[in-house]
Ligand binder design. Structure first.
Ligand code: ATP
Ligand code: MG
Length: 660
């Protein structure tokens, strides 16, 4: 493993000195307060007990907050009982908010549906009855393979309601990926749709399910949502139309309280680095931290805000910050089915204008794509309703952060960069809007109640101004409870690098004020002539050049330097044409190499810079550097099954084959 702790790590990012103090008017109304840090520091367990009781409704109160006696297998609130679906839906209706819109659904073709909490409750109760009638009992697993439609939310909550852990599989994954996930969890029911709308076309889902289910002996029934009205093959023994089953089902269902540690879901990690792992989350701790972080980090005021998280429900961000967090808080949100550029590149901003979205949470890759398209597009829309912006998934380059705040946030909104993982279940590191002064490019500090650090090879905390491994040194409520069916792999993967400490796999640095700058995965750190270089730093240097929209950097084996820096860049709108003119491409590459040398140092100058139209990304928008490393080292490209668009690698390779 590369030594991210090395003192030789360059300091480009730490030279970022822009700072945005909180606006007092924002602070006056903020959900998060500076007090939270003091309360959590004074007594962490009491803090988390208070959060659990304040934010959730328990049918049986708990007597012990944390049981860590079988570490690293944690139990939170173990003798308490609650139902996640009751907390996300029923109680809001009981409190008189049944008429509040839970979901403003926007279909890609332009169809819309507003679903109130009362309507959501009716759907969830009926779906729970359908699952029970289909042979699902408490503890049985259900696979969900749906587009971004309200039924995805209903399906997840119906599972939670009866205590059947769900395993949501990205609608974009192949039949093989679906089959292996069904098999790993031995799912009894699959919930899918005839298809969904993406990029202006109906795309099929049912054929992949048919293929996967043919070899899945555990599956008793397949519930099919009608979305695109495409023709689908039908197996009378197993297939059931969702709308017919829900209509026929009873609308009466009482949510059954579950033990706090009852499994809520399994979710396979996005697979950026290797074989996906089935991450297990349970009920009470997960829901507590989901609701708490959504409230204090996104500053959600459920009576007045319109919240929108652009993630897919097939990613953990969709689980925590579309389904469980915002619904537990009783928020009103937008749920959008399609892509940001269908039918035009202003689609997102049009939706924000129409629904007066006030809180928007998206990924750096999307922000960089919008930078590439140019600010003229968002500038055509009224985005003045926005008051909080969030980012998740990758380090956000300082340039992209500033663009996001200026162009989308009108130069006034706080931008919170939130670091967390499928494994952590909820946000771990982030500024609190209205409380923390913001630093573009840094995830900043642990949220109140969470304890993280940056340590060296030996596991000792590094001083401010130094780098190392990002670790979590105290258990937290929404922590993963294991890898489905593989306790040994759980211990080995997360708890073996440093004794008794969770190691996340990411490298990071602390600046002089103690803010944390996530530098990317330690496996991606390069060693060039004995110097440790972080991919994130070089990528951020490239993105700070006015012609570059996105960059991915990898280390390729080099006979003289050990490893050499290879960069793949996507240009911004006007720069693309210029680069196509004869001779200009080479000039541009030279200009970019020199720019990196100036920003970071000659050692970081890429050996090679390739201008590409697209980068290989997972469905959650993360760059898959291991595939680019294969290209840079002239190897056959590895497993591409978790790519959002597998043709991207072909394009990159064809581009390489073109004479320079
Ligand atoms: P796999 O573990 O299967 O390789 P993955 O790590 O991409 O997949 P996720 O759990 O979705 O799957 O991603 C978590 C990772 O994303 C973090 O470990 C980190 O590398 C990165 N990440 C997420 N948010 C941020 C952020 N705000 N800043 C920097 N990195 C982030
Ligand atoms: Mg990971």
């Amino acid at each position: 493993m590369a030594d991210a702790a090395s003192e030789e790590t360059l300091d480009n990012l730490l030279r970022e000195d822009r700072e945005f103090p909180p606006d007092p008017a924002f602070t006056a109304q903020a959900v998060g307060t500076a007090d939270l840090y003091d309360q959590a520091d004074a007594d962490r367990e009491t803090f988390w007990a208070d959060q659990a009781r304040e934010r959730l409704t328990w049918s049986t109160d708990f007597t012990q907050t944390l049981d860590w006696s079988e570490a690293p297998f944690a139990k939170w609130y173990a003798d308490g009982r609650l139902n996640a679906a009751y907390n996300c839906v029923d109680r809001h209706v009981e409190a008189g908010h049944g008429d509040r819109v839970a979901l403003h659904f926007v279909g890609e073709p332009g169809d819309t549906r507003d679903i109130t909490y009362a309507e959501l409750l009716d759907q969830v109760k009926r779906a729970a009855n359908v699952l029970l009638e289909s042979g699902v009992s408490k503890g049985d697993r259900v696979a969900i393979y749906l587009p971004m439609v309200p039924e995805a939310v209903v399906a997840m909550l119906a599972c939670a309601r009866i205590g059947a852990p769900h395993s949501v599989v990205f609608g974009g994954f192949s039949a093989d990926a679906l089959r292996s996930r069904i098999a790993d969890a031995e799912a009894k029911v699959v919930i899918t749709a005839d298809g969904g709308f993406r990029r202006g076309k109906p795309s099929g889902l049912k054929p992949a399910v048919d293929e996967a289910v043919a070899d899945s002996p555990s599956v008793l029934k397949v519930l099919v949502v009608k979305r695109t009205e495409q023709d689908v093959a039908w197996n009378d023994d197993k297939d059931v139309w969702w709308h017919e089953a829900l209509e026929a089902a009873s609308a009466e269902h009482t949510a059954e309280p579950m033990e706090a540690e009852h499994p809520l879901f399994i979710l396979y990690t996005s697979g950026t680095t290797g074989k996906p792992k089935g991450i297990l989350h349970t009920t009470g701790g997960y829901l507590t931290q989901a609701a708490y972080t959504n409230a204090v980090v996104h500053d959600v005021h459920p009576e007045s805000d319109v919240y929108w998280c652009s993630a897919d429900v097939g990613w953990v961000t969709g689980h925590t910050y579309i389904v469980y967090g915002p619904l537990a808080n009783g928020a009103t949100q937008v749920l959008y089915e399609g892509t940001p550029d269908t039918p035009h590149q202003g689609r997102w901003w049009e939706i924000i204008e129409k629904y007066k979205v006030s809180i928007f949470y998206t990924a750096p890759t999307a922000i960089r794509t919008c930078m590439k398209w140019g600010k003229d597009i968002p500038e055509k829309f009224d985005l003045s309703s926005l008051r909080v912006l969030g980012s998740v998934g990758e380090p956000i380059n300082p340039e992209a952060w500033v663009w996001y705040r200026q162009v989308i946030g009108g130069g006034k909104t706080p931008v919170v960069d939130t670091w967390w993982q499928t494994e952590t279940g909820a946000i771990m590191i982030s500024a609190l809007p209205g409380v923390t002064a913001l630093k573009p490019g840094s995830a900043q500090i642990a949220v109140p109640g969470i304890s993280v650090d940056v340590v060296d090879e030996q596991g000792n905390s590094v001083d401010n101004g130094h780098g190392g491994y990002l670790i979590i040194d105290k258990p937290w409520p929404s922590m993963l409870r294991g890898i489905w069916g593989d306790p040994e792999r759980f211990k080995e993967t997360y708890w073996s690098r440093f004794e008794g400490i969770y190691f996340a796999g990411d490298g990071a640095k602390k600046d002089e004020q103690g803010n944390i700058w996530v530098l990317g995965r330690v496996d991606d750190v390069m060693n060039v002539s004995g110097h440790r270089l972080s991919t994130t730093e070089i990528e951020s240097a490239l993105v700070s050049h006015p012609k570059v929209a996105e960059a991915a950097v990898v280390g390729a084996t080099d006979a003289t330097t050990g490893q050499a820096v290879c960069a793949f860049v996507i240009l911004r709108g006007d720069a693309v044409q210029e680069a196509d003119e004869p001779g200009e491409g080479e000039d541009l590459v030279a200009e970019l190499r020199n720019h990196v040398a100036k920003e970071i140092g000659a050692i970081a100058k890429p050996r090679q810079i390739l201008v590409v139209a697209e980068l290989p990304k997972t469905r959650s928008g993360k760059i898959m550097r291991r595939l680019l490393r294969d290209v840079a080292e002239n190897r056959e490209v590895g497993d591409v099954t978790t790519l959002a668009d597998s043709s991207v690698m072909d394009l990159i390779q064809q581009g390489l084959a073109k004479p320079a």
